[in-house]
Design a binder for this molecule. Structure first.
Ligand code: RIB
Length: 291
């Protein structure tokens, strides 16, 4: 079984600051780094480092070779990625001393994917394989419908959340992974347990995961609820913690592991990720998460 992650590829411009810049403030950064990122790329690296057979589909510009190299190095098959004229997507990321971040994304090539490219990428997949999506590329509803018609199972991380997500064919999703903000936006319910109940009622056959940052994560699957506490670590950069969780959770689910085991490994892997700088570079190997 394999997974195709159809997702964003970003060049992350990361500024380390005393605190997140306030409205009207100018602040000198203590440090600047250029990392590989994008929720798509990060989740593919997490899937591959967790041991899943992973293909990545998406689009870069002529400046995107570093993104492909990072994926290849992690063992991801990048043959479905196409190169266009538009520059690669990028993110401007502020990280303050507490490890908290604030992110601006610019879609660039991530927003220029054609129907022909979608069909070519999906043709690589067989019934029973998984498709993973986030919300940083164009044509998500078409990708969901086409993938379902091919018999794929679909995991969706609606991040970054926007109003458009509610118009997507969400009844075709098999696994939702949302954070507390996304759960609230999706359901209109601020309390996470209530939001999870609403998600269960609306999409009863899906598995639902709600990540809660330093408070751990919740899951609902097959009529049962699960809760796992976060590991206590010194956070230096929370970027890609959620991406790491998703990649690990899905990789272990594909191995047939029980939901509580998937949550435990995903929790360990994301705890390691927050203790390191950067998005993709912070994602641990399976051996590190198991140790
Ligand atoms: O989830 C973290 C990612 O969000 C960053 O790598 C950035 O590129 C944005 O897509």
């Amino acid at each position: 079984m394999k997974v195709l992650n159809y997702g964003s590829l970003n060049i992350d411009l990361v500024y380390r600051l005393d605190h997140l810049v306030l409205p009207g403030e100018t602040q000198a950064a203590e440090r600047f780094d250029r990392f590989c990122g994008g929720k798509g790329l990060n989740q593919s690296i997490a899937l591959a480092r967790a041991g899943a057979k992973t293909l990545h589909a998406g689009k870069i510009g002529p400046d995107g070779e570093m993104l492909l190299s990072a994926l290849r190095e992690a063992g991801v098959d990048v043959s479905p990625v196409t190169v266009g004229q538009e520059p690669s997507g990028h993110a401007v990321i502020q990280v303050e001393r507490s490890g908290q971040n604030a992110i601006i994304i610019y879609a660039g090539a991530n927003g220029c994917i054609s129907e022909k490219e979608i069909d070519a990428a999906l043709s690589r997949m067989e019934k029973g394989d998984w498709l993973l999506l986030q919300n940083e590329i164009n044509s998500i509803p078409a990708i969901i419908r086409k993938a379902k018609a091919r018999g794929l199972r679909i995991a969706f991380n609606p991040a970054p959340m926007d109003e458009g997500v509610k118009t997507y064919p969400l009844d075709l999703i098999d696994l939702f992974v949302v954070n507390e903000t996304e759960a609230a936006a999706l359901t209109g319910l601020a309390e996470e347990e209530d939001a999870l109940t609403a998600m269960e009622q609306t999409y009863p056959s899906a598995i639902h995961v709600v990540t809660l940052g330093s408070r751990g994560s919740l899951c609902s699957a097959g009529g049962q609820r699960y809760a796992v506490e976060a590991k206590k670590v010194q956070a230096v950069d929370t970027t890609a913690a959620g991406d790491t969780y998703i990649g690990y959770f899905l990789a272990l689910l594909m191995e047939g592991k029980s939901v509580d085991v998937c949550m435990e490994m995903a929790t360990r892997a994301s705890a390691i990720a927050v203790s390191r700088m950067g998005a993709a570079p912070s994602i641990p190997l399976r051996s590190e998460a198991e140790a």
